[in-house]
Design a protein around this ligand. Structure first.
Ligand code: LLP
Length: 389
């Protein structure tokens, strides 16, 4: 929800830009930390959702660790001041260079996704005279009931080690003197809104933990990944239900004394804290369609083009200026890029709109700014923070 004073300030700023509400981010982080505290759950923030340093500083201050998927993210986390003992490093294709860099930075844990990666990590750690802590990422074959492009925990997905490879994995771990096996890791998908999915995950985690313990391994870490969704349809219901989410893991996960439960949350922490603010360049009224052409496109926010993702779109200028009296028109709301998928929404009802109107594309804090591209040699997207204006 934007106040009139925000909207008049937006009018004076060059568009497009991401507008970050740092107060809302703070509230979201606090709510999550408070909900996790009674269970002593460990939270790692998934940098892939947004690695903007202003946000990272706030997240680090709350005491969360970092979940990284490239050496660049590990480096960014260390630069911002995340404790290296709270950094985990996942990814199905870590290069030797990236592994070496993470070994040098003495991170907490490598989340390993294949048997061959275990062998490479053992060798590279040995060359440095180091012992690398590892968790095995297991593909639990649990359906996340989310968009198929962001489902990661099914047999057909490339992520993690499949259950039928676990006996060989256990042998490799035993034969790897430079690895310390500390736990098991899962991540079944993103934008999960049906919390029952997590009950199914817990059941599978319990089975895999028992399997390893049967084989004589002791597990210090159960890392259940992230994936908690946000409400894109109601961006003003801004804070996800962290309490119910953590409660499920407390109820359904078997945690042995001394074991730690780790989470890797991205979207749920940062998703609602930003909107993409953009201006109408042109209105094109056709026979079949009416178009609003914005000065932001798929180069600034790729999710609608890539996943047909829904983001609520608001004409801030007209909704304030004329209230409910204005005429409602159905528009295809598009960007300036020479691609037909460069469309934020089709047949979207809006008050009649005009050149120069300011639009907000909501819930753009996660996988927005970080997925922006230079396609068409567009200017790099800028960021504006609520404390600045
Ligand atoms: N842990 C691992 C191993 C992951 O792969 C991911 C996300 C996360 C944690 C954090 O998931 P989250 O809590 O944010 O759902 N670009 C897509 C989302 C890709 C998610 C990739 N992995 C989108 O815009 O919807």
């Amino acid at each position: 929800m934007f106040a009139d004073k925000d909207i008049s300030k937006f009018n004076n700023i060059e568009t497009p830009f991401y507008y970050y509400d740092t107060d809302l981010l703070q509230k979201t982080l606090r709510t999550c930390a408070d909900a996790a505290a009674p269970y002593q759950f460990h939270i790692h923030y998934a940098l892939k959702a947004n690695f903007n340093s202003v946000l990272l500083n706030q997240i680090k201050e709350i005491g969360f660790g970092a979940d990284c998927v490239s050496a660049g993210e590990v480096r960014r986390a260390v630069e911002v001041g995340f404790d290296h003992k709270k950094i985990v490093f996942a990814g199905v294709g870590k290069s030797d260079k990236e592994i070496n860099e993470a070994l040098d930075l003495d991170i907490f844990c490598f989340n390993v996704e294949s048997i061959q990666e275990l062998e490479v990590l053992n060798e590279l750690a040995g060359k440095k005279g180091k012992t690398a802590q590892v968790a095995i990422r297991i593909n639990p074959n649990v359906d996340a009931h989310t968009h198929h492009n962001i489902t990661t925990g099914l047999d057909e997905n490339k992520f993690g080690i499949n259950s039928w490879d676990l006996p060989e994995c256990a042998e490799t771990l035993k034969a790897s003197p430079n690895l310390k096996f500390i736990g098991i890791h899962f991540h079944i998908g993103s934008q999960i809104t049906n919390l029952d999915v997590y009950k199914n995950l817990c059941v599978r985690v319990n089975e895999f933990a028992a399997w390893f313990e049967d084989k004589g391994f002791s597990l210090k870490v159960l890392n259940v990944g992230g994936g908690l969704g946000i409400d894109y349809y109601n961006p003003d219901h801004q804070i996800p239900d962290f309490e119910s989410y953590f409660k499920i893991f407390n109820e359904f996960l078997t945690v042995k004394p001394g074991q730690e439960v780790h989470f890797e949350l991205g979207r749920a922490l940062v998703g609602q804290s930003a909107s993409l603010i953009t201006r109408v360049l042109y209105i094109k009224n056709g026979k079949k369609k009416n178009f609003v052409v914005l000065d932001a496109g798929m180069t600034e926010l790729m999710r609608p083009a890539l996943y047909q993702a829904y983001h609520k779109i608001e004409n801030l200028s007209q909704s304030r200026a004329t209230g409910s009296k204005s005429e409602i028109v159905k528009y295809d709301i598009v960007g300036p890029i020479c691609e037909s998928t460069d469309c934020f929404g089709k047949e979207v009802e809006q008050p009649e709109s005009f050149r120069g109107d300011i639009f907000a594309i909501r819930s753009a804090g996660a996988y927005g700014e970080v997925m922006a591209s230079k396609y068409n040699l567009r200017d790099a997207i800028r960021s504006v923070y609520s404390y600045e204006i």
